[in-house]
Design a protein around this ligand. Structure first.
Ligand SMILES: [Zn+2]
Length: 474
């Protein structure tokens, strides 16, 4: 093993190099590193926690679900078939999981400088106790060691919730999901720890191929006439309550843009009928999504659910990948997003209501200082979600804090979201956010813009209290 490179996670990683600021960052971090993880937005599979079955193997757990990983490999000419990504059209794919792990290991250098490298190394070191860096030479050692550990009882999903100190984790489900896995958790003691989130894009986005079948399903689930505007709205109210009965405290809306609308009931009803007819234009389905954001805000005032808006992803940008492999294959690309005019109809109607909690996210960093911080720094209903997706990275988090804090302050932000389906990386992702917040706060302290006792308090709040307040988790 002499020529294997040691895998070392430096205790000062991600802290500033300046010794004065670094010393402050260390002190701040010491005060928060062991706080419980609250994960209010993410995409883990609730069946893991319901069945509590052991995970299969290193490849199917760490690689196959992680589009951050295979998009990078794909960008360097490695086919998704060779990585074992299942096809929709029946094209055969690699099924030798050890071979796939080798391909990944051989190409691990591609992740140098990326957050995936930080997350993965943390998983290897902290979760699996691996002592050498991943490379072609260590691929078998890794694959065997990880698989040997995955069959143990302490690697079952619920045991990992304890090991990771996860106080709460929210999954995300479509409006017509049966929530059977959350239902199965009832009575296990985990039902308050693993909760769902109401994501109604499947019954709001008339551009989706399954829109009409979902509207039909919505009728079956609620007993409402979902082909009438009022019946459809009532059905959504019923489903929101159903999700609340399975722990949901928040909704999530992943629209192409931040467009909102405030149509009369008559206009909205006509637009809905047009969407149902399949004859709506792109502009009309966009207007309908916009109207529905405003309707959802109204329902959030009725039932108290926090509303998350995640706009601006150009989904499935690569049509040949979409045709062969489907969605969520690393082919979503950020596009410019406008908030000031687009949110105005919703804000005109509900923006002054302090009981309404809307959390805005963006993939367009140019909006942080120009649009989002001024909006959240004024409207009582608006808060800013953390740096998201492509910006969930040390530099992305720093850019977020640098650009929004002076106008929105810290208290119009809501702490960290890991937004991940890579369950084992959750502690590492939260640790990166904690370290970067401490780094940013340490800079303010070193420049005498903040007292250190205030910075300690803020570090705690950004890690824990603000998250629970924003998502109403108390
Ligand atoms: Zn998400």
């Amino acid at each position: 093993m002499a020529n294997f490179k040691a895998l070392v996670l430096d205790q000062d990683r991600l802290f500033p190099a300046d010794p004065t600021v670094r010393a402050i960052a260390r002190r701040l971090y010491a005060g928060i590193k062991d706080l419980p993880i609250v994960s209010p937005h993410g995409h883990t599979d609730p069946s893991w926690f319901a069945s509590n079955a052991n995970f299969d193997n290193a490849t199917s757990l760490l690689l196959l679900p992680d589009h951050y990983v295979f998009r990078m490999l794909y960008s360097q000419g490695i086919s998704l078939e060779s990585l074992g990504i299942r096809t929709k059209d029946g094209t055969p794919v690699e099924t030798d999981y050890r071979k796939i792990f080798h391909t990944f290991a051989q190409n691990y250098h591609l992740f140098r400088g990326t957050p995936s490298r930080i997350w993965l190394d943390s998983v290897f070191h902290d979760v699996f106790g691996l002592e050498y860096g991943l490379s072609s030479e260590t691929a078998d050692l890794y694959y065997d060691s990880i698989n040997e550990q995955l069959v143990k009882p302490e690697f079952k999903p619920r045991a990992l919730l304890d090991k990771f100190n996860i106080e709460l984790i929210a999954t995300t489900e479509g409006a017509v999901n049966s929530l059977k896995h959350h239902a199965a958790l009832k009575g296990t003691g985990y039902e308050k720890r693993v909760i769902t989130t109401f994501r109604p894009d499947d019954v709001i986005d008339a551009d989706r191929a399954d829109f009409l079948s979902n509207i039909k399903k919505l009728a079956e689930q609620t007993g409402q006439d979902t082909h009438s505007w009022q019946g459809y709205l009532q059905a959504l109210r019923i489903r929101r309550q159903f999700f609340r009965d399975h722990g949901a405290t928040a909704t999530d809306h992943g629209h192409p843009t931040a467009k909102t609308a405030n149509l009369s009931a008559d206009e909205a009803s006509k637009l809905f009928q047009l969407c149902l007819s399949g004859k709506a234009s792109k502009e009309q389905t966009e207007l309908f999504r916009g109207q529905m954001l405003t309707e959802m805000a109204g329902m959030s005032i009725e039932d108290g659910m926090t509303m998350q808006i995640h706009p601006g992803a150009f989904r499935n940008h690569n049509p040949s990948i979409f045709e062969r492999f489907g969605a969520d294959k690393g082919a979503d690309i950020p596009s410019p997003t406008e908030f000031v005019s687009n949110l105005k109809p919703l804000l005109d109607k509900y923006g002054n209501n302090a009981a309404l909690k809307i959390i805005l996210f963006t993939l367009d960093e140019t909006t942080y200082a120009r649009e989002l911080a001024p909006l959240a720094g004024h409207y009582p209903s608006l808060k800013l979600g953390p740096a998201w997706w492509f910006h969930d990275s040390p530099e992305g988090m720093l850019r977020f804090r640098h650009q929004v804090t002076e106008t929105a302050g810290f208290y119009n932000t809501v702490g960290f979201n890991d937004d991940t389906r890579a369950f084992l990386s959750i502690p590492a992702r939260h640790d990166v956010a904690r370290r970067i917040d401490c780094r940013f706060l340490a800079g303010l302290v070193a420049e005498h813009r903040l007292n250190e006792d205030e910075a300690h308090e803020l570090a705690q709040q950004l890690t824990y209290q603000l998250v629970k307040q924003a998502y109403q988790l108390d």
